[in-house]
Ligand binder design. Structure first.
Ligand code: NCD
Length: 309
């Protein structure tokens, strides 16, 4: 049995297979409409979510399966003090696969240890968010036709943004990928990522607080929200929240073929005037997320083997 806890749980080949399957599903969704008939997905969300939970549910429903679950810790037995280990042991007999989001780093890893069904990490604290990474990768691949030879700007909250951490971990495995890491000094990437992933892998990267200066070099601009819920105090959040706001005037420095991604939800960091720019692809990205989650569910349930699908 397989789980997806970190983006590195998938080899580059497996990733390629899932992305390709996601693209195939996108082109011909009817063909996959019954693949998961009789199967159930449990969504165990101990932390708020709109897109991730609903995109998982949409993915399973599109495959002909059923969904069950809860959308906040308050509405689950966690509020009575039940452990993740006990919850997952019970859910294992109610569903065939589960997606878990939890405010504590490592909670899905613990769940996987006790689970009898595949566990998908749908975001654990400020740590990882591998299915957002699948969404980001399929978007980049569809739009640019490649995952190598890219200069990727990541802007905003690089300290607490789990989507940033997972995307860096996944992208360093492709040749000639360069990162421009744009953030206020207080919100730079965690030390372990800098030391163990970027420096150790000899990856080309720049850390800066200048967006405009690097804009002309970027193939991808990955904007992120300042993660209010992970701050220790509100004053710091208020001081930092509007550090970078992408608007039309800043975009004039960007290449015509650059793409702007954002995991969403957006707060202030992209002005709504940017939404109509053809380079703004964040809503398209959210749509691609459903197809790649369909591919992932099929893969973890072993339903993509030997069926010609
Ligand atoms: C992200 C998350 O939850 O980490 N959202 C998402 O899953 N699409 C990004 C965020 O909340 O800022």
């Amino acid at each position: 049995m397989r789980h997806l806890i970190s983006p590195l749980d998938l080899s580059v080949e497996e990733l390629e297979h899932i992305l390709t399957l996601g693209e195939r599903i996108m082109k011909n969704p009817e063909k996959y409409a019954h693949v998961c008939e009789g199967k159930k997905l449990a969504t165990l969300f101990y932390e708020p979510s709109t897109r991730t939970r609903l995109s998982f549910e949409a993915a399973m429903l599109n495959l002909g399966g059923k969904v069950l679950g809860f959308s906040s810790a308050d509405s689950s037995s966690a509020s009575k003090g039940e452990s993740v280990a006990d919850t997952i042991r019970v859910i294992s007999s109610y569903a065939d696969i589960c997606a878990m989001r939890h405010p504590k780093e490592g909670a899905p890893t613990v769940a996987a240890m006790y689970s009898e069904i595949p566990v998908i990490n749908a975001g654990d604290g400020g740590h990882n968010h591998p299915t957002q990474t699948l969404t980001d990768l399929i978007t980049i691949k569809i739009l640019t036709g490649r995952l190598d030879n890219l200069t990727i700007g990541m802007c905003g909250d690089l300290k607490f943004g789990r989507t940033v951490h997972s995307l860096i971990n996944a992208m360093v495995r492709y040749p000639n990928v360069r990162f421009i890491l744009i953030s206020p000094n207080e919100l730079t990437i965690p030390d372990y990522l800098r030391a163990e992933v970027l420096d150790a892998g000899n990856i080309d990267y720049v850390e800066t607080n200048q967006l405009e200066q690097y804009m002309p070099e970027l193939d991808i601009l990955y904007m992120t929200r300042v993660q209010r819920e992970r701050f220790f105090n509100e004053e710091d959040y208020i001081r930092l929240k509007d550090s970078f706001i992408l608007d039309a005037s800043k975009l004039q420095y960007a290449r015509k073929d650059m793409y702007i991604l954002h995991p969403l939800p957006r707060v202030n960091e992209i002005s709504t005037e940017v939404d109509n720019d053809p380079r703004a692809v964040y809503f398209k990205q959210a749509k691609y997320g459903v197809y790649v989650r369909m591919a992932l569910i099929m893969n973890l349930l072993g339903l993509d083997q030997d069926t010609g699908l």
